[in-house]
Write a protein that binds this ligand. Structure first.
Ligand SMILES: CC(C)(COP(=O)(O)OP(=O)(O)OC[C@H]1O[C@@H](n2cnc3c(N)ncnc32)[C@H](O)[C@@H]1OP(=O)(O)O)[C@@H](O)C(=O)NCCC(=O)NCCS
Length: 178
C-alpha cells in the first residue's frame, strides 16, 4: 500500500472514488450530495487549507480521506475529517483504519491539535475518536445526530473546551450535510 499526501494530479480519482463509493453504500441521493461536496471542496478550498490523503494499491486508488479547517475564536488548530471512503471491493481489510492513522500522524506533525469528524463511533472509535459534547467543541451547523460528533486531541493535552462559534469552509455550509 502506498500513501499520497497531496492532491496534485489526483483530484478526478479522489472525486470518482468518493462519489461512487457513497452511491454504492447509501444510494443515488447521498452519492450525489457527497459527490457535489467533494467537487466543491476540490474546486473552491485553497490548496493550503484542504488536505487529502489517499491509499493506492498497484497503481489503483483504494481509499481517500479529506480534511478541512474548522476555525474558532481559539488559537488551537482544528481539522474536520470528511468525507472518507474505501473502495467497495476493498472494505473490511483495515485500509480505512490505516489511512486515518497515517493522515493523523501527518496532521499532528504539521501542528494540527484537534481532529473531529461526524460519523459512526463504531468505526472511528478504532482510530481514537470519541464522542464530544458540543459544549466542549461547538459544531458549525446544527447536528441531526449529535452522538456522531466525535473528536480527539492530537497532542499530549486533553481536549478541553474550545470557545465557539465554529466556522467551516463554505462547501460544508449546507444543513443537509449535518
Ligand atoms: C467506513 C469505511 C471508510 C471503513 O473503511 P474499511 O477499510 O472498510 O474499514 P477497516 O477495514 O479499516 O475497519 C473495519 C472495521 O470497522 C468497522 N466498520 C467498517 N465500516 C463501518 C461502518 N460503515 N460503520 C461501522 N463500523 C464499520 C467494521 O466492523 C470493522 O470492525 P472489526 O475490525 O472489528 O471487524 C468504508 O467501509 C466505506 O468507505 N464505507 C462507505 C462510505 C462511508 O460510510 N464512509 C464513512 C462515512 S462516516
Amino acid at each position: 500500500m502506498d500513501y499520497r499526501n497531496d492532491i496534485t494530479g489526483h483530484a478526478p480519482a479522489i472525486e470518482t472514488l468518493i462519489a461512487t463509493t457513497f452511491t454504492a453504500a447509501e444510494g443515488e441521493q447521498e452519492g450525489a450530495l457527497i459527490g457535489t461536496l467533494v467537487a466543491r471542496l476540490l474546486a473552491e478550498v485553497p490548496r493550503d487549507a484542504l488536505r487529502a490523503f489517499t491509499a493506492w494499491d498497484e497503481g489503483r486508488i483504494v481509499g481517500a480521506v479529506l480534511f478541512t479547517p474548522l476555525t474558532y475564536p481559539d488559537p488551537r488548530r482544528v481539522m474536520l475529517l470528511s468525507p472518507m471512503t474505501v473502495a467497495p471491493d476493498r472494505q473490511g481489510e483495515g485500509i480505512g483504519q490505516r489511512l486515518i492513522a497515517h493522515a493523523l500522524d501527518r496532521l499532528r506533525a504539521e501542528g494540527t491539535e484537534i481532529a473531529v469528524t461526524y460519523g459512526d463511533p463504531a468505526f472511528y472509535g478504532k482510530t481514537g475518536f470519541a464522542p464530544v459534547a458540543e459544549a466542549t467543541l461547538p459544531a458549525p451547523l446544527p447536528l441531526s445526530q449529535p452522538h456522531g460528533w466525535i473528536a480527539q486531541s492530537l497532542t499530549d493535552a486533553p481536549l478541553t473546551p474550545v470557545k465557539g462559534p465554529a466556522t467551516c469552509v463554505s462547501p460544508f455550509n449546507r444543513p443537509e450535510l449535518w
